[in-house]
Ligand binder design. Structure first.
Ligand code: GDP
Length: 425
């Protein structure tokens, strides 16, 4: 009986899931994405080559079987570019795409831009890639599925039937002008469909039949705090991101799967929304610069802050983490001291639980515990014993506060730069 695992980011995304999935994928047969679109960027660095992947599962670089399950929405142009990039570097792409996946259309992107412009100061910070609007169409039963894209006549008929309403919404509701009409994109999309048709397959059926016989690594896009229900709504993404969403995102019965929670050694977030431990001072700027905290897809500077335990405890609970991977520990090297938020003060009262009401989060002030830092460069550490005492104390503090063991410690972007702890049974 082979075990399968879910890899989940416990913060606002960009935790370094791509790196951890690349490392872990070695021990699995299949790597599968179940949510999100090309607004989720994972960066994998192998032997100095950087692969920014936004749709292809990060297991591609371990030459594993890859799957896009129904919960993923696909921009076909982006997917083809990623397949081509991998092929250029000599990776053959063994990919299966579920026919139920929805396709991101040009009018989704135009609606996204028009809506953000209309919201002005209260914009959610969307990347204007149309992902939310694709999910909206899916839920309204007016989407285009992968099975449609690969059948040109059906595809064209559906687009022509759906487009007038989109056009009216862009023009009359938002007062914007439509950039691409069906005549401008139909033939381009039909070519994409022809290129991708060979990958179609029933992912749900495959996973249900093979679960236990093959080891699956399920790759989450985004992060827990971007979940549209349990995250910092409305500054969230459209599809569910917590680990249990894997079951309907794939189309498989709920069962026991171990969950690796990925935690960056500090906190970052892109876009707007409350962030209690944000550092708007020079320490935040140092972390941003040392950690290269610029969005893989957005290219926007990320907001940086200290670790937040109430938020992490909440994320561990929601995902049911069985182990943790701490990334970017190397970025903290050389700081004068380190802080971890252990509780919040809200209207004079101490809160140790993450609030369920987002209006409260905006007024939460962090209570910090200060820990010692370390000076020694840790990028060459390969065993737990190679880490300085202070780094080990930082990890131990986190582990105790969350009640979950830290199994993996990433000390640099490259695949090699990892400590995999051997744990006594
Ligand atoms: P993901 O979406 O969670 O996969 O994260 P991103 O790829 O958006 O961002 C993580 C960034 O940090 C990427 O550029 C990685 O190459 C880099 N990275 C991952 N792990 C480490 C690490 O341990 N140390 C450093 N310095 N960089 C890392």
């Amino acid at each position: 009986m082979k075990n399968s695992s879910i890899v989940c980011g416990l913060q606002w995304g960009d935790e370094g899931k791509g790196k951890i999935i690349d490392v872990l994928a070695k021990g699995y047969d299949c790597v599968l994405r179940w949510n999100g679109g090309n607004n989720a960027g994972h960066t994998v660095v192998v032997n100095g080559n950087t692969f920014p992947l936004s749709l292809i599962p990060s297991g591609a670089l371990q030459r594993k079987r890859l799957f896009l399950a129904q919960g993923v929405v696909i921009n076909p142009k982006v997917l083809i570019a990623e397949i081509d990039l991998l092929k250029r570097f000599g990776y053959s792409v063994h990919l299966m795409i579920d026919p139920r996946c929805h396709i991101v259309m040009p009018y989704h992107q135009e609606l996204d831009s028009a809506n953000e412009q209309w919201r002005g100061k209260s914009a959610v910070g969307s990347l204007h890639l149309g992902i939310g609007y694709c999910y909206e169409d899916r839920n309204n039963r007016s989407g285009i599925r992968f099975e449609d894209l690969i059948r040109p006549k059906i595809f064209e008929a559906k687009v022509r039937a759906l487009f007038p309403l989109k056009e009216r919404r862009i023009q009359s509701v938002y007062g914007a002008s439509v950039v691409k009409r069906p005549v401008d994109f139909l033939s381009e999309y039909i070519i994409y469909g022809k290129k991708l048709a060979l990958y179609v397959g029933d992912v749900s059926s495959y996973v249900c039949r093979q679960m236990g016989k093959q080891a699956f690594l399920f790759e989450q896009a985004h992060g827990t705090m971007l979940d549209p229900v349990f995250g910092t709504y409305p500054y969230t993404v459209a599809p569910p991101t917590i680990s249990s969403s894997v079951f309907c995102g794939v189309g498989m019965p709920a069962g026991r799967v171990s969950v690796v929670g990925v935690v960056k050694a500090y906190t970052t977030r892109v876009g707007n929304g409350p962030f209690p431990t944000e550092l708007t001072n020079s320490i935040g700027a140092i972390i941003r610069s040392k950690g290269h905290e610029i969005g893989t897809v957005s290219k926007r500077p990320r907001r940086c802050g200290w670790l937040d335990l109430p938020m992490l405890r909440y994320a561990v609970r929601l995902n049911g983490c069985t182990s943790l991977a701490v990334t970017k520990l190397d970025v903290l090297t050389g700081l004068a001291s380190l802080k971890i938020c252990v509780a919040y003060i809200y209207k004079g009262a101490k809160l140790t639980e993450f609030p369920s009401q987002m209006s409260q989060l905006a007024d939460c002030k962090p209570v910090y515990k200060t820990l010692a830092s370390w000076k020694k460069d840790i990028r060459s550490a390969r065993g737990y014993e190679d880490l300085p005492l202070q780094a080990k104390a930082y990890l131990r503090f986190l582990e105790r506060a969350l009640g979950v063991i830290v199994r993996y410690i990433s000390v640099g972007p490259d695949r090699k730069e990892i400590v995999c702890r051997k744990l006594r049974k």
